[in-house]
Write a protein that binds this ligand. Sequence first.
Ligand code: ATP
Length: 247
Amino acid sequence: TPQTLLNVNGIEVIYNHVILVLKGVSLNVPERSIVALLGGNGAGKTTTLRAVSNLLRGERGEVTKGSIELRGERIEALTPADLVHRGVIQVMEGRHCFGHLTIEDNLMTGAYTRRDGKVAVHETLEKVYAYFPRLKTRRHSQAAYTSGGEQQMCAIGRALMANPKMVLLDEPSMGLAPQIVEEVFGIVKDLNAREGVTFLLAEQNTNMALRYADYGYILENGRIVMDGAAKALAENEDVKEFYLGMG
Ligand code: ATP
């Protein structure tokens, strides 16, 4: 059985000292897996990812209960930069490419924490281009003038430039045509299979996410209401009724 990479154990998150948003969320992400965190708008998916990557503080949020462990090490007190050094990178919702930079310069900003020199960084860039041929074609284009799909690919590619072990991917399907979502998820699946990158994927698009994930958790109003192997969830009658139309 695969080792646990990330373990979230009963976390509570409060915003602005009063708004209780996560009410005891637990989840387990095995090494080299794709885990989907599913649920509607406002369920708490983004908050869960922010808790893991320690990006809550800027949002006036804090983890008030529970624990978060990466390979058994408590990580709640680490900075986002510490987490990058441990191989954990978050790709934010809404893509966040630098519009005025070219695709290639955007990708290169993802390598700023690397200590292993130009040659290794260049090899990673070529690898990113091999997975995302569209980015290679568009490498000299200003990101602002590329399509939504290309910008999402750029955001994932930029995360890959840091050589991550684990990518926290927030709603990659948002605003994209189904065919482009398939393309993006297909590449995520390849990266997982061939490079061993672990993904924790927050998605409203339950149907699509369950086709690519190994395991899923369904979050509702700050609580996990169901979890299981992706296949089993996709075939579950309650999931079909309540979630498969979403996204
Ligand atoms: P979405 O698809 O909208 O991103 P989500 O499942 O990711 O949904 P969150 O963004 O985690 O949900 O939000 C969960 C709840 O926390 C929502 O009710 C939201 O209004 C609230 N919330 C999020 N960020 C803050 C904040 N900075 N301050 C106060 N409340 C917040």
